[in-house]
Design a protein. Sequence first.
Length: 255
Amino acid sequence: MIDDDRHRWDPRRYAAHARFVADLGQPAVELLAPAAGERILDLGCGDGALTAKLVAAGCTVVGVDASAEMVAAARAAGIDARLMNAEALGFDAEFDAVFSNAALHWMARLDRVLAGVWRALRPGGRFVGECGGRGNLDGLLAGMQPVLARRGIDSRERNPWHCPGAAELQALLVTTGFAVESIARIERPTRLPGELRDWLRTFACAFVFDLDEAARETVFAQIAEAVRPDLCAGAGCWTLDYVRLRFRAERRGYP
Ligand code: BEZ
């Protein structure tokens, strides 16, 4: 893996500015309906905040994440967390369910991810989760584009977020060997707990990974000014245009 800020997560920053991600994952947990005694894989477990809820429900949970920093944070919280590339999952028919919240949109090769999820599940096991769907953060991205272009940065080329449409996800799941029980597209305008600049520092470093700290701060401030009229209702009152796909599918036959 390339060792630069495109792939690095800061658990302290995440805990300070992104706790809402796990909090808003509760409906996906309810769709999963974890039962005591089940063995569950949490795909993209991050610092384990939501994984801990599955453990509290009496499940045996393995968390995987591609960030060594997040895996260390999850382990410090008592989670069985492992460093793993989601596009090369190393499990074989050993989970009753695979769960994933707010992680799939960071994965470029969803076909490989889904194939690994399928292999990880026992026959009949379920894959339940939520991720960014097509249109996710389009308003923010539209505001970022000209600011980054002035720096010679192609925001489309650097965009690390891969948000499938519902039909696309459905087709990928079916091709992989899942029976899709539901996929809901949910527009979920999301109030940030603080300033947009904190969110950008937490989630948008991939766009500016090669800029020094001062230049990043300038760019983030310029982006905030560009999108303020659309995304900020008053001092510190930012709402981002999140779109979710929430789904439940079951492992069937062979792909
Ligand atoms: C999301 O949860 O949809 C998301 C979060 C941060 C960056 C991009 C997408």
